[in-house]
Design a protein around this ligand. Structure first.
Ligand code: NAD
Length: 247
């Protein structure tokens, strides 16, 4: 089914930040591709609730699944205007326990948080360039983390993959301009299933951050839409931590 609507593919969009981003795109008149690694029922349910959406399951640690995801997205709607690389994984490891941050953890985080966003962008490049011929640049938004900006975060491997994703964002912004803009959002704490048990971080944001709260997923979705609508912005890493970095 081809569409005249702009199309957004949001990875990891069955829960948390990704689900809020997908709903935001839909509210703003986009056709949406919902994706997750495992939760197919939730994916189909969300897709069924939105006026123009469909769901694709794909494990982003697997090359062939990444290829299938982009191919199915483009085949279904006939175009792709926005790619949001939101899917990501975290592992909690104390920063001073170096042996606990083992090679297996480094490899799995690197595969999902860094290599997958780059590979998906490469796979989507042709479709995104085609979308840009309609008069507006296409857009990639990477969901990074404040842990990639400051020496903080759930573990050193997590922070390092997000720092690398920030750098890749800038490199791709240079390589893909002017047809495709590439930006990142670096959230602080966001209330999602990923952080439901992070009691110390929740206390930190409540007591020390200038905004006195963690972000809601909808706060991050609003920033994604702001980046998508800002045709002149590229290569930006938007730190969205409620001002915690100022303290
Ligand atoms: P979440 O656990 O609710 O959602 C993560 C999504 O990623 C899920 O839909 C899951 O299916 C998908 N995913 C994970 N591994 C995958 C794989 N191998 N293949 C395909 N999909 C996979 O988490 P969230 O809190 O909504 O996080 C979304 C993004 O925001 C992540 O990149 C995370 O690092 C980032 N982030 C979150 C916070 C926070 O406080 N929640 C802060 C900073 C950055």
């Amino acid at each position: 089914m081809k569409t005249n609507l702009p199309v957004a593919l949001v990875t990891g969009s069955t829960s948390g930040i990704g689900a809020a981003i997908a709903r935001k795109f839909s509210q703003n008149g986009f056709a949406v591709v919902i994706h997750s690694r495992a939760s197919s029922d939730a994916g189909r349910k969300i897709a069924g609730e939105l006026p123009a959406a469909f769901y694709v399951q794909a494990d982003l640690s697997v090359d062939s699944d990444r290829e299938r995801l982009v191919a199915e997205a483009v085949a279904r709607w006939g175009r792709l205007d926005v790619l949001v690389n939101n899917a990501g994984i975290s592992r909690v490891v104390p920063h001073d326990d170096l042996m606990a941050a083992n090679s297996a953890i480094w490899r799995e985080l690197n595969e999902v948080n860094l290599i997958a966003p780059f590979h998906l962008t490469a796979l989507a490049e042709t479709a995104l360039r085609n979308a840009a011929t309609s008069g507006r640049p296409a857009c990639v938004v990477n969901i990074s983390s404040h842990a990639g900006v400051r020496p903080k975060g759930a573990s050193i491997p997590y922070a390092a993959t997000k720092a690398a994703l920030n750098h890749v964002t800038k490199l791709l912004a240079l390589s893909l301009a002017p047809d495709i803009r590439v930006n990142a959002i670096a959230p602080g704490l966001v209330d999602t299933p990923l952080t439901a048990e992070w009691v110390a971080a929740q206390e930190l944001w409540r007591t020390r951050s200038p905004m006195r709260r963690a972000a809601a997923p909808e706060d991050i979705a609003q920033l994604v839409m702001m980046l998508v609508e800002s045709d002149y912005l590229t290569g930006e890493i938007l730190l969205a931590d409620g001002g915690l970095n100022l303290t």
